[in-house]
Design a protein around this ligand. Structure first.
Ligand SMILES: N=CN[C@@H](CCC(=O)O)C(=O)O
Ligand SMILES: [Zn+2]
Length: 413
């Protein structure tokens, strides 16, 4: 099965199989007038010395004409909470009245509202909702995404959620990477008894998740009123012993020390980092922790924006993800966070492209197989209704995807 994408006006891609940081984050490859050949789902050829954008080769099952437009790798969304029942539009009015995200949570709303609905939903209902969100993501250019559990918060409901995530990965064309996040909130029945809930996580949930191979990562919401730094450490260390790589929601709303903990437990990534201080960033840089930044959430919560430029200057690889969830960022498109990253973090289009492709892939352990357009990687490719990379960051708020090719197959447009 061969697919040719011909007549590419400009191919923009980061390169490599590991996360890029410092100057390398913005040093992407820009190839004008070229074509890509994908065979059996894998990139086999990217133009040829002296060749034109019009492919001159032999047999192909499918020829996709890029019409002189911009082509990039498929987007990799390294942070989503897409598996849930229980949208929270009713909280919009509370937000507008000035109620904070953590206050809504403390009163049993927020994540806990979604938990109530998710517990009551069947696996099939969760799967159905998840498939719809993945369809939207794909239509907006995402070809690989991470999905966290964390709206179940009982052994049964967390296993149900992760089994639904596994089903999603089998049924949907988007590649899905599962993360266990039983430590997303303290469930109501454990209010004031977090130590007991941490014990349940460590003694029951994590071992069962690992035994059934339902997740690759273990994530914790390290936040005031949720899990302390010590509790987070205990959960992440337990996950590590069971073979789950650590991730951590750190310094999202308050500065607690989660970034430093990420360095200490050698987490694959730390997420949010809005209030990360120098100590935290130094610890992350020393341990090669990837910063997964979520600018859509800063925007939606009215929070500050993370110090993305500073992180890159310190040698921390920065990824940008959607954080799609029903509360702090109800939006599946990665394009809008990319736009915000450019305009609010003041990252260059080149740095953001790396953040939303190769570095996102590295944050979920997939940078060996996707995240850039290079020989041997998956044929995950987006053709944009844009003549060049700047246009993607300039014409914002609309879906600029023209065509998505996943593993060599045209799946959108
Ligand atoms: N902060 C914790 N988790 C999500 C929000 C989940 C929710 O509000 O439902 C986040 O990353 O923003
Ligand atoms: Zn999150």
């Amino acid at each position: 099965m061969a697919t040719i994408i011909k007549n590419i006006g400009l191919l923009a891609t980061p390169t490599g199989v590991i996360a890029q940081s410092g100057d390398a984050q913005g040093a992407i490859q820009l190839i004008p007038d070229t074509y890509i050949a994908v065979k059996d789902g894998v990139i086999e050829e990217v133009g040829k010395a002296g060749s034109s954008r019009d492919w001159q080769g032999g047999e192909a099952d499918t020829v996709v004409d890029a019409q002189g437009l911009l082509v990039t790798p498929g987007l990799v969304d390294a942070h989503t909470h897409l598996l849930f029942a229980g949208w929270r539009q009713r909280e919009l009015a509370l937000k507008l009245q000035g109620m904070s995200y953590l206050d809504i949570l403390a009163q049993g709303g927020g994540i806990l509202h979604t938990v109530e609905k998710t517990r009551a939903a069947s696996l099939e209902e969760l799967l159905d909702q998840g498939m719809k969100s993945l369809d939207i993501m794909l239509a907006h250019g995402t070809t690989t995404c991470e999905v966290k559990s964390g709206y179940g918060l009982t052994t049964e409901a967390e296993l149900k959620s992760l089994r639904a995530v596994r089903q999603l990965g089998r049924q949907h064309v988007v590649d899905v990477v599962p993360t266990f996040m039983g430590a997303h909130a303290i469930p109501v029945e454990y209010k004031g008894r977090s130590t007991e809930y941490v014990r349940l996580l460590c003694e029951e949930m994590i071992p069962l998740v690992a035994e059934e191979r339902l997740a690759e990562f273990c994530d914790v919401f390290c936040e005031t009123g949720v899990f302390t730094v010590e509790e987070s450490r205990e959960i992440l260390e337990c996950g590590k012993r069971c073979g789950l790589l650590p991730k951590i929601h750190a310094e999202e709303i308050t500065a607690l020390g989660g970034a430093e903990l990420a360095g200490k437990v050698r987490a694959t990534s730390a997420e949010h980092l809005i209030h990360a201080d120098d100590n935290g960033l130094d610890a992350m840089a020393a341990a090669n922790v990837i910063a997964v930044l979520l600018p859509g959430t800063s925007f939606y919560l009215g929070e500050a924006f993370a110090r993305a430029k500073d992180m890159i200057d310190r040698g921390i690889a920065v990824a940008v993800a959607s954080d799609f969830n029903p509360g702090s960022c109800p939006n599946e498109s990665l394009q809008i966070p990319m736009n915000i990253a450019c305009l609010k973090y003041r990252l260059t289009p080149e740095q953001v492209l790396t953040a939303a492709t190769l570095n996102g892939a590295a944050a979920i352990n997939r940078s060996g197989s996707t995240g850039s357009i290079e020989l041997g990687k998956l044929g995950d490719i987006v053709i944009w209704n844009a003549p060049d990379l700047n246009f993607l960051f300039y014409h914002w708020g609309v879906n600029l995807v023209k065509t998505v090719v996943k593993r060599g197959k045209r799946v959108v447009g």
